[in-house]
Design a protein around this ligand. Sequence first.
Ligand code: GTP
Length: 291
Amino acid sequence: MKKVLLMGKGGAGKTSMRSIIFQNNVARKTRELGPTVSIESSEVQFLGSLSLNLWDCGGQDVYFNNYFATPNHHIFKNVEVLVYVFDVISAELDKDIHFYQTCLEYILTYSPNAKVFCLIHKVDLIQDEERDKVFIEHRKELQVRSEPIQIQAFQTSIWDETLYAAWAQIIHCIIPNITALERNLTNFCKLCGADEVILFERTTFLVIANAATIKHPDIHRFEKLSNIIKQFNLSARQQSHSKSMMIRGSSFTSFIDILTRSTCVMIIISDPDITPAVTQMNIAAARTHFE
Ligand code: GTP
């Protein structure tokens, strides 16, 4: 059980992102969410034996003051990851940073090994051409204000795939034995004669790992795939996300199939000598190994 603290000022978008990534909510429905009262803690079964204990901490001032005033500061204990969400168009950035730094002080005391992720959120509200500049400025400021803690920062929005890029990285740092998993996936990719193999968690469709024998030009393909497959599943009402699929392009064939109880795999093959039946057999043969 890994504890993930989700913090940030009220209305920053914490519950929205949690409900989209972990509860199959859609972006437009997040407008109906009310403010979180104190802390909403939920357990998400992730990979195999890995479960996430998500603490969505209401961000109104009164709650922050309670978190800091609780005598034993239990909120900040045993934290694996702190995800701090900043509203990019906040009118009170100084106050947001003040709360953030106070949280970091408690994290340093009670969970000194916790990883810290800062999400500069709602970037859809900024003009396209300004986004990178605004993000870099925020990241720089936060890096300085976070010392001695090393942070990772992402720009995110619930309206595009950036949310998946950030959460895939967050999850990646929690998964145990990730190196062994990546090594096995590389072997599997070579054995299948595939261009690329991508492993997704089955309910969130976050990318867990990938292996490739070619260099792909689009570095954002993973989060795009997560977003597209999730939207497809939701619109097709395939709540179990369990269908296998084969897509034939002009120069490649792509397969999406269940690999284990908690993962799906996508395999891209461009070698015309490798028939779909062979790839499907390879996936079937790999199941017990990856389970
Ligand atoms: P508290 O529970 O009060 O701490 O707030 P919260 O951080 O959980 O905010 P919540 O998720 O309830 O979102 C507040 C509002 O922001 C909702 O109307 C969401 O639709 C909106 N919102 C969330 N994420 C985004 C985003 O990326 N872009 C835009 N434009 N709006 C967003």
